[in-house]
Design a protein around this ligand. Structure first.
Ligand code: GRF
Length: 196
């Protein structure tokens, strides 16, 4: 079985990245991590990746001021340099320009902590609670130019319990995300592999 070279983009804790690295440690997983890239030099996930033996690099977006494309060109060069074939965004907190999305469209997925198309953007859990929803969840989707707008690959849900806060809900959702993302990324790999 051929395995796609996987780059994971993070901004912080990196627990979803860790779940992907764990899944990819299985020899039959369809992706092989080649790079973890963070836009924040102090992201905890960088250390986790290094400890797992994966190349981990910070490209500080602040160094590029308002020039988003210059930042993305630096990311793109690192991605190409590592031989990236598929990108997983895992808590990556920068909005990507149409240039970057266009370059990687069809090869880039994201995990978003809501049942899309509900609650694109931030504060997903508080918005679900405020709306009186009885369930929340997470979505893995292809990345398209619109924020949190691409075609859905897979979702997982859980009930919102009486008394839930955004924090308790996020904490209960996290292990659900960790199971969802490796499964959904495997599906995405099958699609990328089929188009060559
Ligand atoms: C997760 O809730 C993910 O859905 C969202 O950002 C959070 C990242 O957490 N996009 P982590 O860095 O993977 O621990």
């Amino acid at each position: 079985m051929s395995r796609l070279n996987l780059a994971i983009l993070i901004s912080g804790r990196g627990s979803n990245m860790e779940a992907l690295l764990r899944a990819a440690a299985a020899p039959d997983y369809p992706a092989r991590p080649v790079l973890v890239l963070s836009n924040r030099p102090n992201a905890l996930g960088l250390e986790t990746a290094l400890a797992a033996g994966v190349q981990a690099v910070a490209i500080d977006h602040k160094a590029y001021g308002k020039d988003r494309e210059a930042f993305e060109r630096a990311m793109d060069a690192a991605l190409i340099g590592a031989g990236t074939e598929i990108i997983a965004l895992a808590g990556f907190m920068r909005v990507l320009t149409p240039w970057f999305v266009g370059k990687w469209q069809g090869r880039m997925v994201n995990i978003h902590p809501s049942l899309l198309p509900k609650y694109k953007g931030l504060d997903t859990h508080q918005r679900a609670i405020d709306a009186g929803d009885t369930e929340a969840g997470a979505t893995v989707h292809w990345v398209s130019p619109g924020v949190d707008d691409g075609e859905i690959i897979q979702q997982a849900s859980l009930p919102i319990l009486p008394g839930d806060t955004a924090e308790t809900l996020a904490a209960r959702l996290l292990p659900v995300e960790h199971a969802l993302y490796p499964a959904a990324l495997a599906k995405a790999c099958a699609v990328v592999a089929s188009v060559g």
